[in-house]
Design a protein around this ligand. Structure first.
Ligand SMILES: [Zn+2]
Length: 207
């Protein structure tokens, strides 16, 4: 019910913005998991759902400070709540963003697996998502101390449902199963660095 109300209010708001002619480019940031869906859990107990929300909050923070609120940024969740994947992509359909970025952290049985991954939908249509993913990958490689595992394709629901709606990237921001990366993600400064690099990567894509 809350979700339906939020979506209705956002529709009204986007109509209002359009009518007023002060349209900023819209960005949707999707902090993965939330509520009873905690996502992956690190070897140090870090929970993916908490990390994705903190990174999203850092993105909003640096967008204000560094980019002077240049874009309209919406999050699919603002707290520790369970939002269905369907509702996340419904928001994209209503807001028609220039880019939708879903935030996640990785986990693997191989504890040596490490690095960042960026996913686009399987068939890479629209091509726009693929070129945005490459720009983001290059930007993050240049500005973060992580090894890139490259741009990959997958049939994740959030990518599939946003196909034909808006360019969508899914970022896997380090392995919680790897002791170095899990320890790295314990530090607030590292979370902030990720948020700053991601928002500047998005700006690099949209400017
Ligand atoms: Zn995840």
């Amino acid at each position: 019910m809350e979700q339906t109300k939020t979506i209705f209010l956002l529709s009204l708001f986007s109509v209002f913005i359009t009518v007023c002619g002060q349209e900023k480019q819209i960005i949707v940031i999707d902090p993965g998991h939330g509520g009873t869906d905690r996502g992956a859990v690190g070897i140090n107990g870090l929970r993916e759902k908490d990390l994705t929300l903190k990174i999203a909050q850092a993105i909003v923070h640096y967008h204000k400070i560094v980019l002077d609120d240049r874009y309209d940024i919406y999050l699919t969740r603002y707290g520790d709540t369970l939002i269905s994947l369907g509702h996340r992509t419904k928001l994209a359909k209503i807001l028609n963003p220039k880019i939708f970025v879903s935030l996640h952290c990785n986990h693997a049985n191989n504890t040596k697996a490490m690095g960042l991954e960026i996913y686009v939908f399987n068939d890479s249509i629209p091509e726009q998502s693929l070129s945005m993913a490459k720009t983001m990958d290059e930007y993050l490689q240049e500005h973060l101390g992580y090894r890139s595992r490259g741009v990959k394709r997958a049939n994740f629901q959030v990518l599939r449902d946003n196909r034909g709606v808006c360019p969508t990237l899914l970022l896997e921001l380090g392995f919680l199963s790897n002791s170095d990366e899990a320890t790295h993600l314990e530090e607030d400064g590292k979370i902030k660095a990720l948020g700053l690099a991601i928002v500047m990567g998005i700006h690099n894509i949209l400017k």
